[in-house]
Every structure is written in structure tokens, then in C-alpha cells.
Design a protein around this ligand. Structure first.
Ligand SMILES: Cc1cc2nc3c(=O)[nH]c(=O)nc-3n(C[C@H](O)[C@H](O)[C@H](O)COP(=O)(O)OP(=O)(O)OC[C@H]3O[C@@H](n4cnc5c(N)ncnc54)[C@H](O)[C@@H]3O)c2cc1C
Length: 391
């Protein structure tokens, strides 16, 4: 096809759509609209190499301006989409209206502000990461609020900076992406071995900051903790406010069919997109970088020449206190993982999630060698997806 494709959101998902379109021979105009001042960069290093001080911001850039020019992609940084008119096929932005033939929404998520910690730092963007790293360099006592994976990663970075670190969670367990809390015991042990103090089942009533820079966290049910840096990571919300009134289903992100189409001419990919899961028939949002890339590839192939591509499989990785944890596939979070390491545990530990028929549907590698994790991945059962759809 030719014409103009507008991609809103200039991060990993949006950029992957734009460059794949070009690589697949799309000869029309491609406009990539992003509200951040930076060219696209990758977010996983923000809570790892950037926070630890191992990388500088430029190391996380995905493409240079020259590479984007070479692909003939018009990148509009610092430009915010403020509305979508589906009938008129127009995106309204802070720099004016953009007509499109097809639009791809890739606006990601934004962190939820903790209701009783308005002054706590959060982490989503490069600017957040640079500001947090600066504070970590001098903080002696760090309180991280949030029992998800980013809470764990930030606690790990704080220990690397030698700070006394307290990880506070409202629930009694620690989560790991799509694996839910199935790895909680292992994660708690890992934090304790590295000197992180855990306060689970703990809610915060209020926070007072003193002139000295120390914050006092008052806990529900009594007790107080002091910290000179408080970070709150309690999950994200899809960035869909700009789409209100567009007539899309925005129940949790942009609800799409099994191939990422919201309505004719409108597609969504990445963290903002809730593609219908072919296995369950229900929309599901997954916040993993490689899943965002696979969705982007799939939509770009479809737009470029109507090609089908396999349904994406969620893949997630993290590094906490130097331990590499990876997950691949789908997890039944209501039953425990099975230890599938086998005889050779020098290759790291492997855990599996099985469905009702005993089929392996998801695997976790805990410091697993690349070879062992690859072999475990290859053994999982991937359901055939009904992915045929006409443009
Ligand atoms: C600190 C951190 C660490 C992570 N670590 C891992 C990891 O180890 N492994 C992993 O698999 N995943 C990780 N993730 C998740 C991963 O980064 C996301 O899944 C991925 O970034 C999703 O890409 P995306 O392009 O869909 O959304 P995003 O990366 O959120 O990009 C959306 C872009 O759209 C822009 N935007 C939003 N609204 C508008 C608008 N109205 N107009 C214009 N632009 C707009 C945003 O500013 C942003 O630049 C991490 C995320 C964070 C924040």
C-alpha cells in the first residue's frame, strides 16, 4: 500500500512499526509523532545500566537522526497527539492536524502516582532515570514503594549504590510481570541475601518532608520510617486520555482484535494495546519490550503487504542483584511453578507452568544459561492463533 501512515508514540513499539514498514518496502509517507524531546530510546536499561551508572543516556538510543533520515521517516519529537478523528482519518497534535490513511497508536503507559506519596520520585522516562540516578548517588536511606518488578530493580540499584534500602509492598508477595507472584519466595530470598529490608503487607498513611531533606513515612497501623529518597512504583496506566471521544473501546488501553486492529484504519501496539488473546478470547495488555516489538512487527507486515505473522509470545527479562531472571510464554498464576531444572543445575534453574492438559505453557529461567533457557523455550506449547484478517 502507499499513502500516509501516522504512528503516535516514538518509542520501541512506534519506531519498530515505522522502520519495519520501510524495510518491508512501504513506499508511502511515514510520520512518527512523539511527545518526548529525545529520539527513540530503549527503556529496560533505565532501571538497570543507567541507574547503576554503567551507561550514559546516549547508550540507550535506538537510532540516530541520520539513520532515521536514511529510512525516510519523518520524526516529530516534542509533539503531542491531542485527539483522533476516526471518521476524518486525522490525528490532532500540538503542531497541527495530520491526515492519515492508517494510524498506529503506540503511546505506552505512564506511572500511577501513589495517593499518599505525591512527592515520591517515579521512573518511566530517560529524564526520570537521570534524576533518580543523581539522587541515588548521595542518598543513604532509600525507601522503594511497590512490590512489582520495577520496585525490585530499583531496590537492587539502591543497594549497588550502597544505600540502606527498604522495599515496601502493600501485598504480602513480590511480583514478576506475567509470572505474577509465583516467584515471590525466590525474590524475597534474593533481596534478603543482598541486604534489602522488606516491609510487606505494609501501607503508607502519609509522608512529611523536613527541611533537612529527610522524609518521614507514617505507616497505617502505626510506625514511622525515615528516608532521604522515596521512590514509588505502583504500576502504570495506559496513555489513552488523548483518545477520549474517538469512539474506541478504551476499557484497559486500546482494545483490539487478535491482530491489533481497534477499528478500520486504527491499530495499536505495545504497552498501550490490549490485543484479544486467541486462547481466551479476552483482551489482554502485556507490558514487555519484546512483546511490544513482536506486535509492532506483526502490524507493520500486515500494513506493508498484508502478510501474516505468528502471534506474539510474551518474553520478559530482568536483572536483580546480578541474578538474571527470564520468563517466556503464559503463566497460570493460580498454581505453583514446577521445577523443571532436571539433573544439570549448573545450567541455572528452570521452572515451568502447565495448563490443565499438562502442556508446558510458560518457562522461567533463574540464572539459566542462554542454551538451557533456549531449550526450555522450545519445549513450550504455543496455541495456533486465528490471525487471518483482511485490511
Ligand atoms: C524502567 C523500566 C524498565 C523496564 N525493563 C524492562 C525489562 O527489563 N524487560 C522488558 O521486557 N520490559 C521492560 N520494561 C517495559 C518496556 O520498556 C515496555 O514494555 C516498552 O517500553 C513498551 O514500549 P512502547 O513503545 O509500547 O511504550 P513506551 O516505551 O512507553 O513509549 C510510548 C511513547 O509514546 C509517547 N507518548 C505517549 N502519549 C503520547 C501522545 N499523546 N503523543 C505523542 N507521544 C506520546 C511517550 O512519551 C513514549 O515516548 C521496562 C519499563 C520501564 C519503564
Amino acid at each position: 500500500m502507499t499513502g500516509r501512515i501516522v504512528v503516535v508514540g516514538a518509542s520501541i513499539a512506534g519506531l519498530t512499526v515505522a522502520e519495519t514498514l520501510r524495510q518491508e518496502g512501504f513506499a508511502g509517507e511515514i510520520v512518527l509523532v512523539g511527545d518526548e524531546p529525545h529520539l527513540p530510546y530503549t527503556r529496560p536499561p533505565l532501571s538497570k545500566q543507567i541507574l547503576m551508572g554503567e551507561w550514559e543516556p546516549a547508550d540507550a538510543a535506538i537510532r540516530t537522526a541520520a539513520e532515521l533520515d536514511g529510512l525516510d521517516i519523518q520524526v516529530r519529537t516534542g509533539c503531542t497527539a491531542i485527539g483522533l478523528d476516526v471518521a476524518a482519518r486525522t490525528v490532532h497534535t500540538t503542531d497541527g492536524a495530520l491526515a492519515y490513511d492508517e494510524v498506529v497508536i503506540a503511546t505506552g503507559t505512564e506511572p500511577r502516582r501513589h495517593p499518599t506519596l505525591p512527592g515520591a520520585l517515579m521512573l518511566r522516562t530517560m529524564d526520570d532515570a537521570v534524576a533518580l540516578r543523581q539522587r541515588l548517588r548521595s542518598a543513604r536511606r532509600v525507601a522503594v514503594v511497590g512490590s512489582g518488578i520495577l520496585g525490585s530493580e530499583i531496590a537492587s540499584a539502591a543497594r549497588k549504590h550502597d544505600a540502606d534500602t527498604l522495599l515496601i509492598g502493600r501485598s504480602g508477595a513480590l511480583g514478576f510481570g506475567g509470572v505474577g507472584t509465583l516467584l515471590s519466595k525466590e525474590l524475597i530470598r534474593l533481596h534478603e541475601e543482598h541486604g534489602v529490608e522488606l516491609a510487606l503487607h505494609t501501607e503508607i498513611e502519609s509522608m512529611d518532608a523536613s527541611a533537612s531533606g529527610t522524609s518521614h513515612l507514617r505507616l497505617v497501623g502505626g510506625g514511622e520510617r525515615a528516608a532521604d529518597l522515596v521512590v514509588a512504583m505502583i504500576g502504570g496506566s495506559p496513555r489513552v486520555a488523548w483518545l477520549s471521544g474517538a469512539g474506541l473501546d478504551l476499557a484497559d488501553g486500546v482494545v483490539c482484535d487478535v491482530v491489533g486492529r481497534a477499528v478500520p484504519g486504527v491499530w495499536a501496539v505495545g504497552d498501550v494495546a490490549a490485543w484479544t488473546d486467541p486462547a481466551t478470547g479476552a483482551p489482554r495488555r502485556i507490558e514487555h519490550q519484546s512483546y511490544a516489538i513482536e506486535q509492532a512487527l506483526s502490524v507493520a507486515l500486515r500494513l506493508a503487504h498484508g502478510a501474516e505473522s505468528p502471534a506474539p509470545v510474551p518474553l520478559f527479562w530482568s536483572e536483580i542483584h546480578g541474578t538474571r531472571i527470564q520468563s517466556y510464554g503464559w503463566f497460570d498464576t493460580t498454581r505453583p511453578l514446577a521445577d523443571i531444572t532436571g539433573d544439570d543445575d549448573a545450567r541455572g534453574r528452570l521452572y515451568g507452568s502447565h495448563d490443565d492438559d499438562g502442556e508446558l505453557r510458560g518457562v522461567v529461567g533463574w540464572n539459566a544459561t542462554p542454551r538451557a533457557f533456549r531449550a526450555a523455550r522450545a519445549a513450550i506449547h504455543i496455541p495456533a492463533a486465528p490471525i487471518t484478517a483482511a485490511l
